[in-house]
Design a binder for this molecule. Sequence first.
Ligand SMILES: [Ca+2]
Length: 181
Amino acid sequence: MKIYTLLGCVLFFLLAHTASAQKNLVSNGGFEDALSDWTADNTAKITPWDYKGGKNACAIIVYNANNWVGLSQSVRIPKNTLGMEFSGWLKTINVVKGDDEWKGAIFNIEFLDKADKKIGDGENIARLSGDHDWEQAKKQVKVPATAVSFRVLLAMGYASGTMLIDDITAKVLNAEEVAKL
Ligand SMILES: [Ca+2]
């Protein structure tokens, strides 16, 4: 009997672990609930005209390349997280950026320590210019040991044109996936 209880516990643990590994930590990543849970500049709008999933996406339309314009969301990292996968669907229309390599339609992640201070340079998940139909950007990264939260940044970084954003996700990787990083 004991062995079955033990097996039951192991199975429960594995299932629970799998469930937590697949949960999207980003709230309202598909913009179905307008801009709730996001901190957004006025230029970021919800659009029902062009989206990847559901009924809405977020659109940022910028007419000059003089500013950083976008939206962000800060999220607590679950305990014992060693690695994460970030993904999102982006589309760009006529995005024109300055000379610097880091400018354009940008999808970045910043890791923050317990004092809310940025750790290192962060991770660039995607940087687009020109015209792109909906495409998925995805990256698996190691989480810095001192990180307690991360911030998702989606922006037109000193670039003009249109950026569309949908289905942003952040998921915890299991030990096997982290070992491959
Ligand atoms: Ca959507």
